[in-house]
Design a protein around this ligand. Sequence first.
Ligand code: HXC
Length: 261
Amino acid sequence: TSIEPLVIATRSQTGKVAIMTLNRPKALNALSSPLFTQLNAALESADNDESVRAIVITGGDKVFAAGADIKEMKDITFSEAYKNNFLGTWSKISTIRKPIVGAVAGYALGGGCELALMTDILLCTPTATFSQPEITLGIIPGGGGTQRLVSLIGKHRAMDMVLTSRKVPGKLAGEWGLVSRVVEEGESVVAEAVKVAETVAGYGAIAVQAGKEAVNAALDLPLDQGLRFERRLFQTLFATADQKEGMAAFGEKRKPTWGDK
Ligand code: HXC
């Protein structure tokens, strides 16, 4: 007898995009520890696999994730949470070097919303629901929501979400800049996310990695240091064969062939 995986790892048709689909449909993809362990393992293996150039994280075209697993959390004591670094494994995703595209349909609640916020490019359907309902459970977001929402949508909207458990529909999430793109009604957000990931996968892997690293630095560094970091990284790309190839191809009016070198 085979046990259904909690995260199904597949590839796009080209094989360049690793697609990770959360697979606990009966619990609306509630993010249990075993699920996160599998997601982290899948992410790490994709990050270290040369054939993978981009990653998609999704719950499929019905539901993204209804949050951390409340049944698993409800009896945890402070001592256990502290000793075992409860939720500590959630930060693994932010160490992945390859670009991650998130695809949200349906609920992205609590930890589900926070997981979505951890992706690099985020797509949703117009009727997706983003919310941080932790306050209704006597807790607060613990997967980065309070921090990432502020930089994405500003303090007042972040407070509104965190303190009132307000539900933000996908269309509004697009207007607020909580997501990068809102797909058309009836369109598959997963298919669109794979297309976006394929676009990124078509560029040189070194420049892509550097672009991700530089944008992420903006969240941590003061502007002067961020600009210096960007400029230095920019300059280092002139040591790559891909820079020579990209600019030669432009002059020769042909498509570049990236060697990831
Ligand atoms: C465990 C969950 C769950 C969750 C849903 N389920 N969400 N189980 N943890 N977060 C389970 C239900 O118990 C139920 O299983 C099944 O999924 C279907 O859910 P229903 O409630 O029957 O569906 P529906 O009536 O359609 O309501 C959908 C819903 C509701 C509005 C999404 O399920 C809901 O409010 N869920 C909790 C959302 C939430 O509060 N999320 C934040 C969690 S805290 P059974 O077996 O009973 O049929 C959090 C903290 C993050 O995320 C901390 C840092 C990472």
